[in-house]
Design a protein around this ligand. Structure first.
Ligand code: KG4
Ligand code: ZN
Length: 368
């Protein structure tokens, strides 16, 4: 006869991500095992428009989501009855897509009487580093930690104080960093999303060829600004004419752009780390998260900075920096462990800051 311990299975949570143009579904357990992980990109559908079209995104999520859930459950050998909870991104993001994922999660939760976990997408990025740590006790990532969150919609420096508790120290005054990459790529004819294309082209380029501005460098505070850099890049491209869109100038422009971005990121992070250290003297970790954290050049620059500041740097593997279902399932597990399940009336929210005290109150959201 099976004993209780031999039949024990750690809690498993289903995670659903539909906030933008990737449909992500994953099953993760409380022992940090990823049992299934599926990602469906809508890139091809949005490519002709040079950016994500919200209506197309929502419809594409509807078409694929239940297929992915079924496939993930089959791959993991898990039934709905085995689940401890179902988590979906509830915001921030494109409202149509959020509604698709959240309503699906609510339906599963209602039918199978499971806890619903309505996840903040930014928190899912923020907590991923706690999933990917090593097995040893020395690998633990405890709160508080300093968090550089760089994605398509956000560029912020925060203190992660605990699950659901964040203190924002700095943010962008204009464009998010991923957005700046996407706009740079568009000007240079490198397609969407722009980050990977700019990074690839920059590898062969001379980063000293063009002296692009480093907005906010050396200024007090922890905020960012990227619009001046973007404008300077546009003016440089206009001055160079069609040659700017071909190597070697294309490569040099991308390398010069990335070097400017890195200088700004390092300056702002260095300054914020000093404040963080003063307020939390026992904290030792710097986490970088969000799609732009997939960039190998920026990762290497940040690793040097962390070594200089004697901070331990944690950056999830590239595939877990860009949007995915694993991070949503993991955030669900973190919240479930604290008894933070949500009501079936939880709304989808286009805006949902991690530190509401630092931003104007978001709207009430849309009932899913
Ligand atoms: O986190 P994410 O997948 O979606 C949002 O929550 O926004 O981030 C997407 C952003 C896009 O702007 C994309 O261009 C950028 O991350 N990105 C990169 C790289 N890979 C993705 N930026 C720079 N270098 C990369 N390798
Ligand atoms: Zn994201």
């Amino acid at each position: 006869m099976a004993t209780e311990s031999s039949t024990h299975r750690p809690p498993v949570v289903l995670g659903i991500e539909t906030s933008c143009d990737e449909t992500g579904v994953a099953l993760v357990d409380a022992e940090r095992r990823v049992l299934a992980e599926l990602l469906h990109s809508q890139l091809e559908r949005h490519a002709p428009y040079g950016g994500v079209v919200p209506e197309i995104a929502a419809r594409a999520h509807v078409e694929i989501l239940d297929i992915l859930i079924e496939r993930a459950m089959r791959e993991a050998g898990v039934t709905f009855r085995d689940l401890a909870g179902v988590a979906a991104t509830a915001g921030p993001g494109l409202i149509g897509g959020l509604l698709v994922g959240l309503i699906t999660a609510k339906a599963i939760a209602a039918v199978h009487r499971l806890p619903l976990l309505a996840i903040n997408h930014l928190e899912a990025h923020a907590l991923t580093a706690r999933l990917v740590i090593g097995p040893g006790p020395e690998d633990r990532l405890d709160f508080p930690y300093l968090l550089l969150l760089v994605s398509g919609g956000h560029c912020q420096l925060l203190v992660a104080l605990g699950v659901g508790r964040y203190r924002r120290l700095g943010t962008t005054l204009d464009d998010a960093l991923g957005e700046a990459y996407d706009k740079a790529a568009k000007m240079l004819g490198l397609g969407f999303p722009g980050g990977p294309g700019v990074e690839r082209a920059a590898r062969a380029g001379d980063s000293t060829r063009f002296a692009l501005p480093r907005p906010m460098l050396g200024q007090p505070g922890c905020n960012f600004s990227f619009s001046g850099l973007k404008t300077a890049l546009r003016q440089t491209i206009e001055r160079l004419g069609p040659a700017a869109l071909e190597p070697p100038l294309l490569h040099d422009l991308c390398a010069s752009f990335q070097a400017a971005v890195a200088d700004v990121l390092l300056d702002r992070t260095r300054r914020t780390a000093a404040l963080f250290r003063a307020d939390y003297p026992d904290a030792t970790s710097l986490v970088v998260a969000g799609g732009v954290a997939a960039n190998a050049y920026l990762r290497a620059c940040l690793a040097k900075l962390a070594a200089e500041l004697d901070l331990r740097l944690l950056v999830p593997p590239p595939a877990l920096c860009t949007d995915n279902g694993v991070m949503v399932a993991w955030a669900g597990l973190e919240r479930l462990a604290l008894g933070l399940a949500d009501d079936l009336a939880a709304p989808a929210r286009a805006r949902w800051p991690l530190d509401p005290s630092a931003e104007p109150a978001p709207g009430a959201g849309i009932k899913a």
